[in-house]
Design a protein around this ligand. Structure first.
Ligand SMILES: *Cc1c(COP(=O)(O)O)cnc(C)c1O
Length: 367
């Protein structure tokens, strides 16, 4: 088997390109695209992803400063928006040419002071407005405060104004989302008058791109879609799978009726059972909820339930009716549907399943 007898996360860069082009085809010609590569590129490899598409996008976004530094240190020169910076890291943002989202009065004033101290000129910053998520962002009634803070200075420049949708994937919340878009539009028009120049405007995440053509504005922020998920089976079916998690069989046991498997004897065989031990556990991102036959792996295209408790470094699967040998490949997931299915069984969503794959798992780039 080609994976060298280890657990690997394969990342298909051709699929990334395909998905990017798919979303681009949904945009007006002059709408720019920002690609979100936070959390190691949704658990994949942010650097590999960024390198492969840096010439095809206007922006990258990360959550934290460290994530932006990692991109810069690998030679990415594309503008990078830091979605969730903290005051303690603003110096580093400047040092690495990262563009902070300034989301409240405190961080805005801190950054301005810093920019003044360094005598910066028109350093690009981004302002986030809260239109209902109630997570990060200025409120509409702070526009006055922001514009008076920004007046008569040339140290920083507002490169973009943005907001984030609460439920863009949920058609039951369409009315709410349309209200969100409206209040964002109101904020933009008030703010633009005060600012005297026109920053970029953006609001839509993946599902926003798909479901709210009227909210693409100047730029969209593509996250999960790039990695193959459209938050809806029909959209997902038009995308290609990017991330696959594979492992191998370390050892096969044949156990007698009444014997147990794994910690706490959580599985007791009710007949002669053939089990395989796989070198991947909860420390690698296999949710413990997938134990006790809730989740499964695929061996030779057949489903092999995870039996007993998920260990830190291993899981055991039931291969009684599957023809396989030690050293054979097993698949944890290699299609989007497979990811969605496991996510549902673990009572979570694709985003969490993907980002849970820990850094211990080797990343293998396919291109
Ligand atoms: C993570 C994130 C996105 C991307 O969302 P997807 O649903 O993955 O496309 C966009 N904007 C902000 C502010 C985010 O935090």
């Amino acid at each position: 088997m080609k994976n060298n007898h280890v657990t690997v996360l394969e990342i298909d860069l051709n699929a990334v390109k395909f998905n990017l082009n798919y979303f681009k085809s949904k945009l007006q010609e002059n709408t720019q695209i920002l690609v979100v590569v936070k959390a190691f590129g949704y658990g994949s490899d942010a650097v590999a992803i960024a390198k492969s598409i840096q010439n095809d996008v206007s922006y990258f976004a990360v959550a934290y400063t460290d994530e932006g530094i990692a991109l810069r240190e690998s030679g990415i020169n594309t503008p990078i928006l830091v979605l969730h910076p903290h005051i303690a890291n603003l110096e580093l943002d400047i040092q690495y040419c990262l563009e902070p989202n300034l989301y409240n009065e405190k961080i805005l004033k801190s950054f301005l002071l810093l920019a003044k101290g360094k005598n910066l000129s028109q350093y690009p910053v981004h302002l986030k407005f809260n239109t209902g998520l109630n997570r990060l962002g200025f409120s509409e009634n702070e526009i006055e405060l922001i514009s008076s803070t920004l007046k008569n200075q040339n140290y920083i420049k507002v490169k973009s104004i943005f907001s984030h949708m609460v439920a863009s994937e949920d058609s039951n919340e369409r009315e709410f989302t349309l209200k969100q878009i409206q209040s964002f539009e109101r904020i933009i028009s008030t703010f633009k008058n005060q600012l005297g120049y026109k920053p970029l405007i953006h609001m839509a995440n993946t599902s926003g791109i798909i479901n709210y053509q009227n909210a693409h504005f100047d730029m969209v922020r593509l996250g999960i879609g790039l990695y193959g998920f459209g938050n809806d089976p029909e959209e997902t079916s038009k995308l290609r799978n990017v991330i696959s998690l594979k492992s191998v069989i370390s050892q096969i046991h044949t156990i007698e009726k009444g014997e147990s498997v794994g910690y706490n004897r959580a599985y007791i065989a009710d007949k002669i059972t053939k089990t395989a031990t796989i070198p991947i556990g909860h420390a690698d991102g296999i949710n413990r909820r997938l134990g006790q036959k809730v989740g499964y792996l695929q061996v030779n295209n057949q489903k092999a339930p995870i039996i007993g408790n998920v260990c830190m470094d291993m899981i055991m699967i039931d291969i009684t009716n599957i023809n396989c040998n030690e050293g054979d490949e097993v698949i944890i997931f290699d299609t989007q549907q497979n990811v969605e299915d496991l996510a549902q069984k673990a009572d979570t969503i694709s985003y969490e399943l993907l980002t849970a794959v820990s850094q211990r798992v080797k990343r293998q780039i396919l291109c």
